[in-house]
Design a protein around this ligand. Structure first.
Ligand SMILES: [Zn+2]
Length: 307
């Protein structure tokens, strides 16, 4: 049976006297193999990833594990507690601050500890993200490990032209560590189907790496998007969604949702799909409060996609 050890990484002491740690778990198999790193909660409002990791580590049968798992269920405890994207104390977005700075602001110190104690110790990497408190999302990035991205099992993949600076992936890619970023679930809806898929996806990645016996479950027919438009509303208010099916095809100009004012009761904005043939990658499944500039919708362009 795999050996499990809890190895929390000290980060800082808060003014409230509380010790902040990075909750690192090490699971060592009986056979030799690589080290796979799994992280969730870099953005704490994307909390379904935290649940996926919890259930995978505590309930999934890891008998026969080869190699080692290093698991970080909550990478930014401040944002998990506050259900936010940025650390309330300093406003930092952890996933823009890697590799961090040991003498920088709190979130930079956190990034540095995660880089040294986790990202520099792994041979393969899965980072779990989600839509957030309101939006729901469903795709996997293709970065430097297309076989692992495909093995996770999502229908939609995204091969970006360029990637953001300062993400955890920027550290692992520089080390040539095969890495995937999963965007799965989120929103104010039942997450159980996303949790099941997340657990299955992690198991598929382990099987693809031959860290668990058996073959990955074959994925559904997959679409690799090369272009995704992020639609951010210009007006805040009450968002009333019209397209609420993840992965559905939408035509050019089709109404995705409307922002109305709950004060004057006027319609402030209509959000429309920008591509002649689009596919819903991120959407709002329930009427929500929105602010200008939030992640409203993400639509993939099927005209430029790889099949
Ligand atoms: Zn995220």
């Amino acid at each position: 049976m795999p050996t499990r050890t809890y190895r929390p990484i000290p980060v800082a002491t808060l003014a409230a006297g509380v010790e902040v740690i990075l909750p690192l778990h090490e699971i060592v198999g009986d056979r030799d193999g690589p080290t796979l790193g799994i992280s969730a909660g870099i953005h704490g409002e994307e909390a379904v990833g935290v649940e996926i990791v919890y259930r995978f580590v505590t309930a999934f049968d890891l008998t026969g594990l080869a190699g080692r798992l290093l698991v970080l269920p909550v990478a930014n405890p401040f944002t998990y507690a506050a259900i936010t994207r940025t650390t309330p104390i300093d406003g930092g977005n952890l996933n823009r601050l890697f590799p961090g700075n040991p003498d920088g602001q709190l979130t930079e110190q956190l990034a540095y500890k995660m880089t040294e104690g986790f990202l520099r110790k792994i041979d393969h990497y899965v980072d779990l993200h989600a839509g957030g408190a309101y939006p729901t999302v469903d795709y996997v990035y293709v970065l430097n490990a297309e076989h692992l991205s495909r093995a996770f099992g999502s229908r939609l993949l995204y091969r970006p032209k360029e990637t953001l600076m300062g993400t955890s992936i920027s550290v692992t890619r520089e080390r040539n560590v095969p890495s995937i970023v999963v965007e799965l679930g989120g929103g104010d809806v039942d997450q159980s189907a996303y949790v099941r898929r997340g657990i299955q996806g992690l198991a598929n990645v382990l099987r693809m790496l031959q860290m668990l016996p058996g073959d990955p479950v074959p994925p559904p027919p997959q679409i690799v998007l090369r272009e995704i438009a992020t639609l951010r509303p210009h007006h805040g208010g009450l968002l009333l969604p019209e397209v609420t099916e993840m992965g559905s095809e939408v035509r050019g100009g089709q109404v995705l949702g409307r922002v109305v004012s709950p004060y004057s009761l006027e319609e402030l904005e209509v959000v429309r799909s920008p591509f002649a043939r689009g596919i819903v990658v991120l959407t709002q499944l329930t009427p929500n409060v929105v602010e200008p500039g939030i992640f409203g919708y993400m639509i993939g362009n099927l005209a430029t996609a790889e099949s």
